[in-house]
Design a protein around this ligand. Structure first.
Ligand code: NAD
Length: 466
């Protein structure tokens, strides 16, 4: 099955690579418009498969529309051949071109099952590749709808094939056949997949896990920070790679921050269904629910204190876990350093900004940091060891800055999505240098030594003026 899909993709890619970039990109401007126009149908399917609240589903839809619009508008410029300085002035004319890699394998998780496939596939296709997608096994319908909309926007048949059943079942069949692998998922799986790509020496890009810190610094407004923390921790029921799971608050703001954060969290409207006013929905699956519940039980049994939430809510849904704030969390607890990927956050009081920064960076992960304050936050932003730093917001300001790269430092990933890097990674840079008039060698009967002297003199002059 995978063999056939890759062979079909390889055949379709040959013609696709000849289509001008502007035409390829125009399809995704149309796709972007379709996504906005067909939003209620898309939101219904996202919600049906993931159980997330409607606003979280909308944020995902918006991300898809904006990112595909961005590449639809800017890809031609990014992919345009670039003139480069040649080996010898006048004599060598050099250009850099970006060739598609061929067939791109894309493996995506269940938490953002519309935008992650769409926003990885769109730049791969615009760069001239074909794609074989393995969406997560929990979210097949929304992947099919995404492809149907791309076809409706004018994407030729055969360039994208979706294989259902998930990466666990099909990943090791796919990786031996593709020319590039884009993986989004946990760091543990990322390592397995990376090893398989390394074996074949194919390029690989990975967006992995996070244990993202938020810092409330000395010149922050603790009330505003407490409002932002609710979005930062509990959007998409915390099942979000860039969401906040650790908060460090300087001692002078701690009480004020906690008072508002707990009150705001307890005021959240919890529920299921399509009502736009619901702030948080259930977790996607029994497995995810057990993971979150067990981490909280482990933390509380080792001395963590529940400041808000902490209960399962079968009265709302079988997989509902309340938005939960913990204090007294230590590294001996599973959620002290490990990713929860659910609506659970640990809050710590710290002496000053320096301690907040040091403890924020004290993690193997490096995906996103959120820093709150004025000048102190700007200074801290340059010291955070994460691929994105979001100042005075949780994550959305950096994630939605599509012209800039997004991805992880440390064990949170390799490579970047969004911006120039997110498109160029799906290409092989190629240098074409044309030598004119004379070769790079002694001219006629010129001796090697005379040639060496002449070149040294000429390049000496050139290096002075250029
Ligand atoms: P996971 O690693 O278990 O699964 C992710 C995807 O990988 C799924 O599609 C799954 O089918 C596939 N997969 C599983 N085993 C595989 C294997 N051996 N070979 C190939 N594919 C395989 O992760 P999950 O728990 O389902 O998803 C949540 C994780 O994803 C979290 O760690 C989260 O932080 C991360 N994530 C990261 C980003 C990002 O942009 N950095 C975005 C979303 C999710």
């Amino acid at each position: 099955m995978i063999n056939t899909a890759v062979a079909k993709a390889r055949a379709a890619q040959k013609n696709w690579a000849q289509v001008p970039v502007a035409e390829r990109a125009a399809i995704f401007r149309r796709f972007s418009k379709l996504v906005l126009a067909r939003q209620s149908e898309i939101l219904d399917v996202i919600q049906e498969e993931t159980k997330k609240n409607r606003l979280s589903a909308f944020e995902e839809l918006l991300d898809t529309a904006q990112l595909t619009h961005y590449y639809g508008r800017h890809a031609s410029k990014i992919l345009k051949p670039k003139k480069r300085r040649g080996a010898f002035p006048i004599l060598t004319k050099t250009v850099e071109v970006n060739r598609p890699v061929g067939v791109v394998g894309v493996i995506t998780p269940w938490n953002y099952p519309f935008t992650l496939p769409a926003t990885d596939i769109a730049p791969a296709l615009i760069a001239g590749n074909a794609v074989v997608l393995l969406p997560d096994e929990l979210t097949p319908k929304i992947a099919d709808l995404m492809l149907a909309l791309m076809l409706e926007a004018g994407l030729p048949e055969g360039l994208v094939t979706i294989i259902h059943g998930g990466g666990r079942a099909h990943g090791s069949e796919l990786i031996p056949l593709v020319d590039f692998l884009m993986f989004t998922g946990s760091t543990a799986t990322g390592r397995i997949v990376a090893a398989q790509c390394a074996e074949r020496l194919i390029p690989f890009s990975a967006e992995l896990g996070g244990k993202n810190p938020m810092l409330v610094l000395s010149d922050a407004d603790p009330v505003k920070a407490a409002e932002g923390a609710v979005r930062a921790c509990f959007a998409n029921s915390g099942q979000l790679c860039v969401s906040i799971e650790r908060i460090y608050v300087v001692a002078k703001h701690y009480d004020e921050f906690m008072k508002h954060f707990v009150a705001n969290t307890e005021a959240m409207k919890l529920g299921t269904g399509t009502d736009w006013d619901i702030n948080m929905g259930p977790l996607i699956s029994e497995k995810q629910f057990m993971r979150v519940r067990d981490q909280v039980i482990d933390a509380v049994s080792k001395g963590a204190k529940l400041e808000a939430g902490g209960r399962v809510r079968p009265d709302i849904a079988a997989t509902f876990f309340e938005p939960t704030i913990l204090t007294n969390v230590s590294d001996s607890m599973e959620l002290g350093r490990g990713e929860t990927f659910g609506p659970v956050v640990a809050v710590y009081s710290v002496a000053d900004d320096a301690e907040a920064i040091a403890r924020g960076n004290d993690t193997d992960y490096g995906l996103n940091s959120s820093v709150w304050g004025g000048a102190a936050a700007m200074r801290a932003s340059r010291q955070m060891e994460s691929g994105t730093v979001t100042v005075n917001e949780g994550f959305s300001a950096s994630f939605a800055s599509h012209d800039a790269p997004m991805g992880g430092m440390k064990t949170s990933g390799l490579g970047r999505r969004h911006g120039r890097q997110g498109l160029l990674k799906y290409t092989q840079p190629q240098t074409i240098a044309v030598q004119r008039l004379i070769g790079i060698a002694p001219i006629g009967k010129q001796s090697n030594e005379a040639f060496a002297k002449l070149v040294t003199r000429l390049l000496g002059i050139w290096n002075k003026i250029s």
